[in-house]
Ligand binder design. Structure first.
Ligand SMILES: [Zn+2]
Length: 685
């Protein structure tokens, strides 16, 4: 049996002694990864004896499962539609934004094909609802007890609704999606410039330290699925801000970062809508704030619920992957791509403290790193939770918010203080550069002078020419900031040397941070740029542009390099993606709802969108892979033969895809059956 494209080579003997070796041309046929490794890189595979990312057994992909089911029921690939034409028309009507009334009018036109299987929009959607869907939505009522008293003297209780989906089903939905098959990796590796292993490269998540170190803690034949969360509040209505949604998106680090960045690849799943509650059961603003924090953690705890029991000792969960094989999956929450206030909310620290280290809020401009936050912070919180009357001096010193039940408290492997890779767009381009460096320079040179200098910069095909200067730009996006960064040093031409050196060092740091691949050398250069900035930054104070540099965005720069080593290059964790996902998963479905009880309608609309998208991909695949049952039998025979010839796959078993949770002894404790066999089934499509 062939290796799937995202697996390391299977050959034991090649790695017997060293646990690693260079990819060679001879490998390329067996291991497509090897052929993609550039010649000037040495890829150190994870020690082969651990079988990291290796499959357990054969298992039909979701497309295969549907093909087999349709053929067993003697149906065509278009089913439940009669023909390709009917499917195309249904898809167009359902996705083009035409209103239900217009669809009804269209279907009543006398030129319509009399055999059209539905006569109204209702019938159309009824048929679409029979297509295989993504994970189902469910709601949970969460009761928040306030300090306001009711007439009979009892504390007032406010009930809010959390909309969410089973996160394991969402993971299964992504890892089993054949449309994403070629963009996934299942095992970590370390990439070096050559076999001497002195110069290391960091790019994708699987090249970073976290994945390698976490894989070391797992048993043989385990596959890590790092869960990446993105959450951010957004306004739903265009012209008024009264309707706010708080979506929680997730994807997996097994997908490469360029796929994760494209909304059209559907690498992300909406896993929940957090309630945006007014919490009027509290009498004070402070009460509402604390109540809001507790509510956030309770909601995230419910969303993460299926993951708490899947630690390194658990045996993991078996999932059907997109390459017709199943693997033992360990889904670990890895990172959150969120803004600073939400980082502090998650890490239970006050807004003016660093969620990553114990730096004194008055000394955040100090270039020397402070002690990283660690388990001791969590233990302090535990002491306070058990005894709210205990001394809080140490909690106060570390800026810890006394949240009773942080959702990450028992989340396996998750390290909350290391889970926030920097956000290039908001922290650097729109933050350090646009909100800080540009105003400082404008203060020193004068706005009009800076504006005039931007206008004077000669035109060049790779540069944006600011013909009207920068003062007339009304809407600043990351794009404007990035274009200004390119010419900022030339704007400073002729100014004081320290000023030019300092601004240039900061710009260098921004550019290095934006690299899509880092090496040991570029990280050293990044570090020295930051040092040059610190050595010269007093020039901004001298010239009156700043009084100090004691603010969170500036302090955060000292953590950038650690994050790159841990998670890979930072372009994989931009919060820009949340803004694009909001359009697809919140704003458009909201506009298509009737605005009443809108979350329920939005989830229904999104379920249909997912079903249509899935079925489009399935039809495209089925057109090339629709084969008779007899051909399947022949193929099975061939598979059996390859098994006997010494395949590494444990056993070949063609069954419907199932999710099995295995306990420590390896026996199944929960078996979730395919759709149709059990009401509580975890659906695979
Ligand atoms: Zn810090």
């Amino acid at each position: 049996m062939d290796d799937p494209p995202f697996l390391p080579p299977l050959d034991d003997h090649l790695n017997e002694n060293t646990g690693s070796r260079a990819a060679t041309v001879e490998d390329a046929d067996d291991d497509p990864d090897a052929s993609q490794d550039p010649e000037d890189e040495f890829v150190e595979r994870f020690p082969v004896e651990s079988r990291a990312g290796y499959p357990l057994r054969s298992c039909p992909s979701i497309y295969e499962s549907h093909r087999i089911r349709l053929q067993a029921e003697d149906k065509e690939m278009w089913s439940p539609f009669e023909s390709e034409g009917h499917w195309d028309l249904a898809k167009w009507l359902a996705t083009s934004g035409v209103s239900q009334n217009k669809i009804n009018s269209f279907l009543k036109l006398p030129v319509q094909d009399a055999k059209f299987p539905f006569s109204s929009a209702r019938g159309l959607y009824k048929t679409i609802d029979t297509l295989p869907k993504g994970p189902e939505w469910k709601t949970s009522d969460i009761k928040v007890t306030g300090d306001r008293l009711t007439d009979d003297g009892a504390p007032e209780v406010e009930t809010v609704e959390l909309y969410f989906r089973n996160i394991l089903e969402c993971i299964q939905d992504i890892i089993g999606d054949p449309a994403l098959k070629d963009d996934m990796k299942c095992a970590p590796c370390r990439v070096w410039s050559d076999e001497t292993k002195t110069e290391r490269f960091y790019s994708e998540m699987w090249t970073g330290d976290w994945w390698w170190e976490t894989q070391m803690r797992l048993p043989q034949r385990s596959t890590i699925v790092p869960v990446i969360f993105a959450t951010d509040k957004t306004n739903l209505s265009l012209f008024s801000g009264d309707k706010v949604a708080w979506p929680v998106y997730m994807t997996i680090g097994n997908l490469n970062k360029s796929t994760r960045r494209k909304v059209s690849r559907r690498a992300w799943r909406l896993v929940g809508y957090l309630p945006v509650a007014k919490l009027e059961c509290f009498t004070t603003q402070e009460g509402r704030r604390v109540g809001g924090w507790e509510l956030y953690h309770e909601c995230m705890r419910q969303i993460c619920e299926p993951l708490y029991s899947l630690g390194p000792e658990s045996g993991g969960v078996e999932m059907a992957c997109s390459d017709n094989k199943s693997r033992r999956i360990y889904p670990f929450v890895a990172v959150f791509t969120v803004d600073h206030p939400e980082r502090c909310l998650i890490a239970c620290c006050k807004d003016n403290y660093c969620p990553e280290c114990e730096v004194d809020p008055k000394k955040r401009e100090d270039p020397t790193p402070s002690k990283p936050r660690s388990r001791s912070c969590i233990e302090l919180l535990d002491v306070f939770i058990q005894n709210p009357l205990s001394d809080t001096a140490e909690l106060d010193r570390l800026g810890i918010r006394s949240i009773k039940n942080p959702f990450w408290r028992n989340l396996p492997v998750f390290h909350v203080y290391k889970a926030f890779p920097p956000d290039l767009l908001h922290q650097l381009h729109k933050g350090i550069f646009h909100s800080h460096l540009v105003p400082w320079i404008c203060h020193i040179l004068g706005e009009q002078e800076v504006d005039a200098r931007f206008k004077c910069i000669p035109k060049h095909s790779t540069l944006r020419h600011f013909a009207k200067g920068i003062l007339t730009i009304s809407q600043w996006t990351g794009r404007e900031a990035k274009e200004m960064e390119k010419v900022m040093v030339s704007v400073l031409g002729g100014e004081r040397t320290e000023l030019v050196v300092c601004a240039r060092a900061l710009l260098d740091f921004i550019y290095y941070s934006s690299f899509t691949q880092h090496s040991t050398e570029t990280l050293e250069l990044m570090q020295s740029s930051l040092a040059v900035f610190h050595d010269n930054k007093d020039v901004f104070v001298e010239l009156g542009a700043r009084e100090h540099f004691n603010f969170p965005k500036f302090h955060a720069l000292i953590h950038f390099i650690d994050h790159i080593k841990r998670w890979g290059s930072l372009d994989g964790y931009n919060t820009e993606i949340s803004e694009r996902l909001h359009i697809e998963f919140a704003k458009v479905p909201y506009r298509r709802s009737n605005r009443k009880d809108h979350l329920r309608q939005q989830t229904l609309i999104m379920n249909r969108q997912e079903a249509l998208h899935f079925w489009s991909n399935f039809i495209r695949w089925a057109q090339d892979n629709w084969r008779d049952v007899e051909e399947d039998d022949d193929a099975d025979d061939a598979d059996d033969a390859s098994s006997e010839a010494g395949s590494d796959v444990a056993e070949i078993e063609s069954t419907n895809a199932t999710i099995t949770i295995v306990d420590e002894e390896g026996s199944a404790v929960v078996q979730v059956k395919p759709e149709g066999e059990d009401d509580d089934a975890i659906r695979l499509s």
